[in-house]
Design a protein around this ligand. Structure first.
Ligand code: PMP
Length: 420
């Protein structure tokens, strides 16, 4: 170090520590809260290991057969024999990975075939595949709406939507969750000639409620905004072709961009956007989360393409998933649990608990009984909200749903969060 820049009366060590604080100390509060929870003897709800996966609905956890009720594996495609065979074949034919970006050496035949499968499934002119759904939102939103544009989004939007807004530097305007009136009011305050993108989700994943899309679309159109709809939790089982809530509600022609993921109904990993916009293909050149990352392994896109094409003809599975969702919702309601929706609006059923202790207590008690559900807490949920999120699968058998309701009854009584 140049002695000339050091104040003479300070030892070097003191200067180093004064000028270089520990950047992780901002998390001290969280570390202490987590430790205090673990000290009560509960398992860490965010450190579960699936030792063996037996089927879309069962795994071995802590050496014990456990029913899976928190996987988003809505259509149970992860073990579909055709899907698995397509992945194995692509692994043999194309190798383990592409080692490159889609715009360089990372586009193989299976990537194009997967985009074709999406175009067939959605009936659109264009489809672009990203490496995850997170990156699809990040890339689409940040590229469409940049500096000087406005993004108007539901306050309960997924983290990937918020991050996409920040990456693109647009002005962010939030409206009250699912409030058409608030959306209208906030759009009305924006400059008339400005670029505007309204971002919606078909199903909101925390409480499992769906958006009033026709009313939202009408308001967005009235103010000249383009619309992007995330159908991550709607693909596969909403609408005649399983395209999502926007299909079921009859607004297919009004949504400019539909974003989705392969990590839920499709049963693998990856993200995408479909659209009929005539200039859509330019995005492949300018969308940073598409350009500056390696493409998905060929085995993954091959499994996705096979799964997507099978989902086009999955009417029976869809019906069974709805039957399971309604039955579980009714069963939990009858037991006295407070749920995220009045009736089953999707395949997500959120059990609302008053505090972290009860939520973790219930979660652990269910796990000991042989049931895995997702635990959700802030910042994934609104402040002070603790949820046990259940997501059903088309492959849950009727007797498994009965068993699940029985386990909730036992755990709820032992933790004391439902009437005796
Ligand atoms: N959008 C929504 C609404 C989601 O819930 C998720 C994941 N839970 C994503 C996007 C991101 O999807 P992926 O897992 O493919 O990154």
């Amino acid at each position: 170090t140049d002695a000339g820049i050091l104040p003479e009366d300070k030892p070097i060590d003191a200067l180093v520590s004064a000028s270089a604080p520990d950047l992780l100390s901002k998390f001290d509060g969280l570390i202490a809260e987590r430790q205090a929870l673990l000290d009560t003897g509960v398992r860490d709800p965010f450190a579960i290991v699936m030792e063996k996966v037996l089927s879309p609905t069962e795994a071995i956890i802590n050496g014990k057969p456990t029913i899976l009720l928190g996987t988003y594996n809505y259509m149970g495609m992860t073990f579909d024999p055709d899907v698995v065979a397509a992945g194995k074949k692509a692994l043999d034919d194309f190798g383990a990975g592409t080692t490159g970006s889609r715009v360089l050496n990372g586009t193989y035949h299976p990537h194009k075939d997967c985009e074709d499968a999406l175009k067939e499934f959605y009936g659109t002119d264009h489809a672009i595949v990203f490496s995850t759904g997170y990156q699809a939102n990040l890339g689409m939103i940040s590229t469409i709406a940049g500096k000087g544009d406005y993004i108007i989004l539901d306050a309960d939007s997924h983290a990937s939507i918020y991050d996409g807004c920040w990456l693109g530097n647009a002005e962010i305007v939030r409206f009250r969750h699912n409030s058409v009136e608030d959306l209208d009011k906030r759009l009305g305050r924006l400059p008339k000639g400005a670029g505007k993108l309204v971002v919606l989700e078909g199903v909101y994943s925390m409480f499992g409620d769906i958006a009033p899309l026709p009313e939202m679309v009408a308001v967005a159109k009235k103010h000249g905004a383009m619309i992007l709809c995330d159908e991550a939790h709607g693909m596969g089982f909403f609408g005649e072709h399983g395209r999502g809530v926007y299909e079921q509600m009859g607004v297919e022609q009004d949504i400019d961009f539909v974003v989705g993921t392969f990590s839920k109904s499709v049963g693998t990993v990856g993200g995408f956007c479909v659209s009929n916009h005539p200039k859509f293909e330019v995005l492949r050149l300018v969308c940073r989360p598409y350009v500056f990352t390696a493409s998905l392994p060929p085995s993954v896109v091959a499994t996705a393409a096979t799964s997507i094409r099978k989902l086009m003809h999955a009417g029976e599975k869809r019906e069974h998933l709805w039957k399971n969702s309604r039955k579980l919702h009714q069963g939990l309601r009858d037991l006295g649990f407070k749920l995220g929706t009045e009736e089953a609006q999707s395949a997500i059923i959120a059990v609302i608990l008053p505090d972290q202790e009860q939520a973790v207590g219930m979660w652990q008690s269910l796990l000991e009984l042989g049931l895995y559900v997702n635990m959700a807490r802030p910042p994934a949920t609104p402040a002070g909200t603790y949820l046990l999120r259940c997501s059903l699968c088309a492959e849950h058998r009727d007797e498994q749903v009965d068993q699940i309701i029985g386990m909730f009854a036992a755990a709820g009584h032992s933790v004391g969060c439902i009437p005796a």
